[in-house]
Ligand binder design. Sequence first.
Ligand code: BTN
Length: 248
Amino acid sequence: MINYKLPKNFNLNYFEEVDSTMLKLKKLASEGAKIGTIVSAKKQTQGRGRHGREWISPEGNLYFSFLRRAEEYNSGKIFAPVFITSIALAKTILIFSSSIDLKLKWPNDVLINNSKVAGILIESFKNNQNIKLLNIGVGINIVSNPSDTLYPSTNLLKEGISISSEEVLKCFFNCLNLYENILVNKGIGELFKIWNEYTYKIGTKISVKLGENNIQGAYNGIDEKGSLLLRKNDGKVIKIVAGEVFVL
Ligand code: BTN
C-alpha cells in the first residue's frame, strides 16, 4: 500500500466535530485563510448537500472542504473545478480498487454499481480582499451511507474497499494536483476527455430535473464549457448548465 503524503500546497485543519466544513472553512477564509486550506472533520452536525439537502455525516466517513481560486468568468474554464474535483475523486477510489464499476454522473456525482458513493458541493464567495474563491466540499461514504436517499447510495466498505479516511484524503489531494496540472498544461479539453471515460455512454436514457420540470431524453455528451447536452425525444439537442440527472 502506498503511503501518501498531503502535498505541500495544502494545509489541513482537522476537527473532531463541526456544524459543516463549508461553514468552518468560510469562517477561516474571512480570517485570512489561504488557497489550499482544508477543513476536515470526524463528523458534521449540519452537513449540507446540493439543492439545499442535508448530508448526513456520522463518524467513519470523510468530510472536507478546501479553498481554491475561482476561474475567470470568461475564461471558458468556469466549470473546470467541478470536473477536476470529480475526476480526482474517481481516480482516488480507483487507486484503491481498479476492478469496480465506477461512474461519474454529470455534473459531479461519483457512483459505484449505480449507487452514489461521494458528492461534491461547490460554493463561491469573495474574501475580504474582494477575491473570488471557491469553497469545494467533498463527502465520501467510507463505511456507511444513508438509506432513505433520492438516489440509491453505497459506501466503499460495502463495495469491498477497506481504507481509512485519512489515506483517502491524502491520496485525493495528490490526484487533485495531477489534474490541476493537466488543466494548466493541456487545457480543459483534455480534462473533458478523461471525464468522458468515466461517464455514461452517449445515448443513455436520462431524465433531467430543472426546477419543477423533468425533461427526458438521451445523454448527448458535454459541450466545450462542460454543459450537459440532452437530446430530447423530438430530436432537438438542448444545453443544460444546472440540473439534476437521473439515469433511466
Ligand atoms: C451532494 O449533495 O452530492 C454534495 C454533498 C457534499 C457533502 C460535503 S461533506 C463535506 C462538505 N461539508 C458539507 O456540509 N457538505 C460538503
